[in-house]
Design a protein. Structure first.
Length: 534
């Protein structure tokens, strides 16, 4: 049942004067969102978006966000809230006049930004969203940029869990297209009820929040320095990329572009290119295929960029050479993105074009067949997601126009032959899988003997461990004698021999997960052997 709410009648003078004054004088540092799944808190970025913060506070201070719900989820992308009431269900909350766009801060993971109407940069009112991934490659470039006004500093694991919930389509039932991908905690056979929704019980402001400790930047710096030393020690001369259209290897050219080679090797060694896709293909003037910038999972998320590298153009961009992509008008702006010249682009990409494009490697002749196959694919315009996606090479499009991961040219992994494992990262425990970031990725042997890789993501519940299979991430594996989990469809049981718990390094064995929802592929932790005391 919903809490009862009293109707407060406000005088005209209160509407005109009290509420704006209250928001303008509210100097609290944080806003916390209390849901029926837990609480998360965001820190305001007043210096970057002062008017947007005040706009948000207008709604908070009059209780407009209380007894609303998370009305949209785009898994791996964002969750949306701040628009609709629980009672009457689906009724829009009263909106203030739109606030002017104040885009300044990038839409990286954990940032909170305002929802706008298409092609109307200054149309934000009450609705807001939390970025589940680095969406700067899309949201920073569309519609004037999405205005970030806060960042989640406590409870981001809860936000991520909401983004992994089951989705239902209630657009027709509630006569509103906004409810086409509604996240629900449970999917009952008898339909959706209020308890299934992610209810926002209250949003309040405060100065007292114990922020989650984030050592990611310090750890990133440590790993960067360690990797630099590791690369210097092994002095690699080649890099290979395994794609879903074949493998291609390239010989590095540190003698002509040492800084660019070192920059490229950092991304390879850190695994940043693993799970990306070729996001651009141009037939001529100049002919190239381009990658290294966009992830396939979460789809369209940007590869985290290191600092830009100084331009080192000296070698012509002839066919088969590999060079770094840059921002127009900025010769020293290359970060992660690379391209392979599929034609002789010596003139078009020479010194007169943005200082020249730094060639740092050459694809081996034996592997240029794979490059040419990619270049020959049909190109599709997906600029609805980003202006950078005008010519994406696609292997196929489904009969109904739907996209699947295998439609893209995937770079499954990039590696240094003979040095596939970066010694700067701790070795993984010799167990079937690891429980980290609320997920398990493991090989599972099915009844027919085939082995598939499954990724199971924990659904946020207080007292149980329940998981859902990411069906779009299932892939066939080779049987290399690896330790595998087994699934018995007759029993509805998934048995995992051993799991390392990343948080404490403990190993638990004989883990049993029971299938609770065959349609959604939900599993509930049933039992495991208790590990010995350390």
């Amino acid at each position: 049942m919903l809490r009862s709410t009293s109707v407060v009648l406000l005088s005209l003078s209160t509407l005109l004067f009290s509420l704006p004054s209250q928001a303008q004088t509210d100097t609290h540092t944080y806003a916390c969102v209390v849901t029926n799944m837990g609480e998360f808190c965001m820190k305001f970025l007043r210096d970057d978006a002062p008017n947007t913060v005040n706009n948000f506070l207008n709604y908070v201070n009059r209780g407009a966000y209380n007894e609303t719900f998370v009305h949209k989820s785009s898994p791996g992308y964002a969750i949306d809230a701040g628009g609709y009431k629980l009672d009457p269900l689906g009724e829009a909350i009263p909106e203030d006049p739109p606030v002017a766009n104040e885009f300044k801060v990038s839409n990286t993971r954990g940032t909170v930004a305002m929802v706008k109407l298409p092609d109307q940069p200054d149309s934000a009112t009450s609705q807001w969203f939390v970025n589940l991934a680095d969406n700067s490659a899309t949201l920073d470039l569309q519609n004037g940029g999405s205005t970030v006004f806060a960042k989640v500093v406590k409870g981001m694991d809860l936000v991520s869990a909401i983004g992994q919930l089951l989705l239902v389509n209630l657009a027709e039932a509630l006569d509103n297209d906004a409810f086409g991908s509604l996240p629900v905690r449970y999917k009952d056979p008898d339909g959706v009820n209020l308890d299934d929704l992610v209810q926002i019980i209250e949003v309040y402001t405060t100065d007292d929040v114990d922020e989650d400790v984030d050592n990611s930047e310090a750890e990133k710096e440590r790993l960067y320095a360690c990797t630099a030393n590791w690369i210097a020690d092994i002095s690699p001369r080649e890099v290979c990329m395994e794609t879903n259209m074949g493998n291609m290897c390239m010989d590095l050219m540190p003698e002509v572009a040492s800084k660019t080679v070192a920059n490229f090797l950092h991304y390879v060694a850190d695994g940043d290119y693993d799970g990306t896709f070729i996001h651009r293909s141009v037939a001529s003037e100049p002919g190239v295929i381009q990658g290294g910038g966009i992830l396939a999972s979460p789809l369209f998320a940007a590869v985290p960029a290191d600092a830009a590298v100084e331009n080192e153009y000296s070698t012509p961009n002839s066919r088969g050479t590999v060079a770094m992509a840059k921002i127009g008008g900025d010769p020293d702006s290359a970060t992660s993105q690379w391209f392979i010249n599929t034609t002789d682009n010596s003139d078009s990409l020479g010194a007169d074009n943005n200082g020249g494009f730094s060639v740092f490697a050459r694809v081996r002749d034996a592997d240029m067949g794979v490059v040419d196959q990619i270049a020959a694919l049909e190109r599709y315009n997906l600029t609805e997601y980003s202006s950078a996606f005008e010519t994406i090479p696609m292997q196929r499009i489904g009969s109904e126009g739907g996209l699947g991961l295998n439609d893209f040219v995937l770079v499954k992994r990039a590696y240094i032959p003979g040095h596939e494992v970066n010694s700067c990262f701790p070795p993984k425990s010799d167990t079937t899988t690891e429980f980290a970031n609320r997920a398990l990725t493991l090989p599972v042997r099915m009844k027919d003997g085939q082995i598939y890789e499954f990724r199971l993501v924990q659904i946020y519940t207080r007292d149980t461990f329940e998981f859902q299979v990411e069906t779009y991430n299932i892939r066939l594996l080779k049987d290399l004698g690896q330790e595998v989990a087994t699934f018995s469809p007759e029993e509805g049981v998934l048995r995992i021999p051993s799991v390392t718990v990343a948080a404490n390094g403990r190993v638990i064995r004989n883990v049993v997960l029971r299938l609770t929802n065959a349609r959604a592929l939900n599993f509930l932790l049933e039992s495991f052997d208790k590990p010995p005391a350390p």
